[in-house]
Design a protein around this ligand. Structure first.
Ligand code: ZN
Length: 279
């Protein structure tokens, strides 16, 4: 999502930020401060950079303020025609580079959030006390430390954003499958070779996901900035494949279990749970 909007938005100047007149009775989404206050603060400010941080889009302005946009389940940042007029939430108008551009936030369910933070608030919201290190920037030593200190099962630990940020539910299942680790294994029971495989799989899978700019789930709501369906769903090996044959070992069947209220998909044949030593 970030890659799609970066080149169109960076270096441009904000003309206005306003709410879209959504014709349906949408669930109101969280916007802080109010859009009227945001508009006053950011008019005339240049967008210095657009970055991804964990599952957020950061739009950094010349004034030092940062838009922190969390798409959550169904939000989209769009430059092109939105999927529907309904559920269009916020419109940024940007000028520079010869033409005026519009950037939209579209959200069917209204679970996304848009916040404008000053540098102190940003430290508080995105600092290490609130958000663990980005999964794409963790060293092998940090992964070892993460595992040795964590007694919960590895699948739940991977989703704990205070420990490691940026791994979504779908990707956690894919990472564990590729590393041949049972989602039911405790993080602290993982062997060094497993931790190495998990570190490698995390980098590979998250980078592939970024390349495809997100996954399109069966309801089609997660798409990239130019409103084309993402391509990663074709690369899922376990997610949403309950009851189907395992593509990796061709012997097991993909099962679905629930851990920490989230679905986990895996193959019991190639992702065996380690035997715990008898005590
Ligand atoms: Zn298998």
């Amino acid at each position: 999502m970030v890659r799609g909007i970066r080149s169109a938005v960076e270096g441009r100047t904000i003309v206005s930020v306003r709410a879209c007149a959504c014709p349906c009775a949408c669930r109101p989404m969280l916007i802080e401060p109010s859009l009227a206050d945001i508009d006053l603060r950011v008019r005339g400010q240049q967008v210095v950079s657009v970055r991804r941080r964990a599952k957020r889009v950061l739009m950094e302005l010349g004034s030092g303020d940062t838009f922190v946009i969390e798409p959550r389940m169904t939000g989209l940042m769009l430059l092109d025609e939105p999927p529907s007029e309904a559920h269009l939430r916020v419109e940024w108008r940007l000028k520079g580079k010869g033409a005026t551009t519009k950037l939209w936030f579209w959200d069917r369910r209204g679970l996304g959030t848009i916040r404008l933070l000053d540098p102190d608030q940003r430290k508080e919201v995105l600092g290490p006390a609130r958000l663990g290190p980005d999964a794409l920037e963790i060293s092998e030593a940090e992964w070892r430390e993460f595992c040795s200190r964590t007694t919960s099962v590895i699948k739940v630990a991977l989703l704990d954003q205070k420990k490691v940020s940026g791994i979504g539910n779908l990707y956690a299942s894919e990472i564990l499958h590729q590393s041949k680790i049972s989602p039911e294994a405790r993080a602290c029971d993982l062997k060094l070779a497993q931790i190495r495989r998990m570190a490698e799989a995390t980098t590979e899978i998250l980078n592939t996901a970024i390349k495809y700019e997100g996954s399109t789930l069966s309801d089609g709501t997660y798409r990239n900035a130019l409103n084309k369906s993402g391509g990663y769903q074709n690369a899922h090996r376990v997610y949403d494949r309950e009851g189907q044959a395992c593509l990796t070992c061709e012997r097991g069947t993909i099962v679905r279990i629930v851990q920490g209220q989230r679905s986990t998909f895996f193959c019991r044949v190639c992702q065996r749970k380690p035997r715990r030593p008898q005590r």
